[in-house]
Design a protein around this ligand. Structure first.
Ligand SMILES: [Zn+2]
Length: 525
């Protein structure tokens, strides 16, 4: 029989404490809905009373029916030398009206004496009273034992006494927290096993990633009997972040055969990860295990050759099982297999042993030497291959372009104007546009010229524009590489341009971008 583990998400509380992460209360509701649809069991919404956004969230979800998830409000045990009913913080927790209350309390005698400045006995009473108070209100109560592993290493008897105080008061689960993130997997495994033996109630694990082993620590605890794992999507959290659920989930389901979220839902893991990044306004980390864009990207020629024969040879799981995909990167490290598989991935018809493959490879190596990079510029690679196969058909011809920048006085506004003269189907068009900068002006003028002939061009937007000055070798001018990412709302594609002149490099990438869009639409017709 497979074991069942519950997943407790704290993206909205611990995750929101990460540097550069902020969610509006509307974002929080959308994330909660998404986590629920994914099959997460507990969603911690925040700390009521710590900020008005958290209270708005609890008001918005109160009384809402979730499919799998229960909403938890987070807070701490009552203050020293007071009663629960007189503690305003406890009152706020109650007002959040959630089915689950998660309370944090002190384990470590150092914190009890130095931070709380109270006695060990009063700390035990604070834990027991608070648990009993919320149990009497009909809540499911989870007790988060702060600094558990540090406290246990210092004084195991007192650390266990704090858990027993919660257990004897009727707590539903005690969660061992590696709050400072300094513990090693072997310690977490050993201590969790000892706790599981000593306790009658369920035990959970909450780890931080300060030593780079947040996920490993959580898995070590689960292996010896922990029944709940707490973490955040994409590992957001204070300092270096929390245990990353986008790694823990596929490990549990795909590798350890543990029942927590269905395999079908794990196929949407990458989507979930990107959705949360989007709402947090964070750029997706391409190197994230399982869900990052490079998680199944193959670059070295030998690897690609092997993957083409047996995917398993250089992949630990099938990318589709977590909603990711295999990518072949083309670069100067490529062999013929890269070119062949890449062309295949882009839907181009190319057989491996045609002389063109060799020619493409040679051309590619020359261009990379000149400063081009095609790893993030699939669309430019596509056009390059078409040109070499003599299948490329230009959609327009350039006569001239011109960019003028005008600035009067140090504080005066700067005005940039670009004009473009093209030949489209034998007709000469001439457009002028202003812009925030030379590339923006040029892009606007180019698209204005083409829209009359190809209305779909109006859908294209530049989403990213990156400039890199390449090292100059002795005696030559530095070159500029421009990478552009464009979208039409359905697809996103990258193009590249290289030149001594930044405007010419940008123009090259812009032209590839619009040509790729026009080509793509024509293919679909
Ligand atoms: Zn935490």
């Amino acid at each position: 029989m497979s074991r069942t583990i519950t997943i407790y998400d704290t993206t909205l509380r611990d995750g929101a404490q990460g540097e550069g992460i902020s969610f509006s209360s509307a974002d929080k509701v959308r994330i909660a809905e998404r986590l629920d649809a994914f099959g997460i069991h507990y969603i911690e919404g925040g700390w009521p009373g710590s900020n008005p956004k958290d209270m708005d969230f609890f008001a918005a979800v109160a009384g809402r029916k979730f499919k799998t998830a229960k909403i938890a409000a987070f807070g701490s045990t009552r203050h020293a030398n007071t009663k629960c009913k007189d503690d305003p913080q406890i009152d706020m927790l109650l007002k959040a009206s959630t089915p689950v209350v998660t309370m944090v309390g002190k384990t470590w005698s150092l914190h009890v004496a130095e931070v709380l400045r109270t006695t060990p006995e009063e700390n035990l009473a604070m834990i027991a009273d608070s648990v009993r108070y919320f149990k009497a209100q009909g809540k499911e109560v989870i007790y988060d034992a702060e600094h558990f592993f540090d406290g246990y290493k210092d004084d195991p008897r007192y650390a266990l006494a704090t858990l027993r105080a919660a257990q004897d008061a009727g707590v539903d689960m005690v969660v061992l927290c590696d709050t400072n993130g300094g513990s090693m997997p072997s310690e977490v495994g050993r201590i969790t096993a000892e706790v599981c033996n000593a306790m009658k109630c369920a035990v959970g694990i909450h780890t931080h990633n300060d030593s780079g082993v947040g996920v490993a620590n959580a898995l070590a605890a689960i292996e010896v009997g922990a029944q709940q794992v707490q973490g955040t999507i994409n590992g957001y959290g204070e300092r270096t972040g929390n245990c990353n659920l986008t790694s823990v989930l596929p490990c549990l389901v795909l590798k350890m055969g543990i029942d927590c979220v269905s395999k079908e839902n794990i196929r949407h893991l990458r989507e979930l990860s990107m959705f949360v990044d989007d709402l947090a306004n964070v750029r997706h980390d391409i190197r994230q295990p399982f869900v990052g864009a490079t998680a199944f990207a193959h670059k070295g020629g030998i690897h690609v050759n092997a993957v083409e024969k047996v995917a398993r040879s250089y992949e630990h799981i099938e990318p589709e099982t977590v909603g990711n995909r295999r990518r072949v990167l083309v670069s100067e490290l490529s062999g013929r297999s890269n070119i062949f598989m890449k062309a295949h991935e882009l839907g181009m018809d190319l057989s491996k042993d045609t002389p063109e493959v060799r020619e493409i490879l040679q051309q590619l190596k020359q261009l990379e030497h000149a400063g081009y990079e095609f790893e993030a510029a699939d669309a430019s690679f596509h056009i390059l291959v078409q040109k070499l196969l003599k299948q490329h058909k230009p959609f327009f011809k350039l006569h001239t372009y011109r960019v003028i920048m005008d600035k009067s006085g140090a504080d005066g506004p700067s005005i940039v104007e670009a004009s473009v003269k093209l030949d489209v189907h034998g007709e000469v068009v001439h457009t002028v546009a202003e812009g925030d900068g030379p590339v923006n002006a040029l892009d606007t003028a180019l698209r204005a010229a083409l829209t009359k002939f190809y209305p779909a061009i109006a859908q294209v937007r530049l989403v990213d524009y990156k400039v890199r000055i390449l090292d100059s070798s002795v005696g030559t001018a530095a070159k500029t590489r421009v990478l552009i990412e464009s979208t039409d709302g359905t697809d996103t594609w990258g193009t590249v341009g290289v030149d001594d002149n930044i405007i010419e490099a940008s123009w090259e990438a812009l032209v590839d971008s619009v040509e790729y869009k026009l080509f793509k639409d024509e293919q679909r017709k």
